[in-house]
Write a protein that binds this ligand. Structure first.
Ligand SMILES: [Zn+2]
Ligand SMILES: [Zn+2]
Length: 166
């Protein structure tokens, strides 16, 4: 029997839409079409995209999408805990759909951000923090990625001030 396929206007959501809607519902976010698209994009592109990356990635498929909507939606998703907001990049906030505990590494040369699996991101326990109530923690490493390591070693781009040894 011929199976009539539903016309899918939201083909750019590569992740199954069910999975995206489930994530939104899990964190109490009402699933509008734009929110589904934005959440789907972040879930599909685990490169820690910025607002610009998400906007540029989605705007060809959704011409009505504004950068402000992307910005506000990502802020909302982060506030609700559906995505992680990373401040590892001093110029751009980055977003991560991988909400399981992991650390991040940022290449000082090309700016790419990589996931780093760690045993425990939270070194402080609730007990050791005393009076301080920890609501989030982020662990960042910086250095050079595999691609940039060799280039940097061969030709240092800027003279680094020599640190006085202890
Ligand atoms: Zn790099
Ligand atoms: Zn990550």
């Amino acid at each position: 029997m011929y199976r009539n396929q539903n016309c899918n206007h939201y083909k750019f959501v590569m992740k199954s839409q069910v999975e995206v809607v489930k994530r939104l519902a899990q964190f109490g976010v009402k699933p509008s079409l734009q929110r589904i698209a934005i959440m789907g994009y972040v879930m599909d592109n685990l490169v820690h995209p910025t607002v610009d990356t998400v906007f540029n990635g989605l705007s060809p498929a959704i011409p009505t999408l504004s950068k402000t909507t992307v910005y506000n939606t990502l802020k909302l998703l982060a506030r609700q805990g559906a995505v992680l907001e990373l401040n590892i990049d001093e110029k751009n906030v980055r977003y991560d759909a991988n909400i399981f505990r992991h650390a991040h590494f940022r290449c000082k040369q090309c700016g790419s951000v990589h996931d780093v699996p760690v045993e425990s991101v939270e070194v402080l326990t609730k007990k050791s923090a005393g009076d301080l109530q920890i609501t989030e923690s982020q662990l960042y490493y910086k250095g050079y990625c595999g691609k940039c390591k060799a280039a940097v070693a061969a030709e240092p781009s800027e003279p680094q001030a020599a640190k006085a040894g202890a």
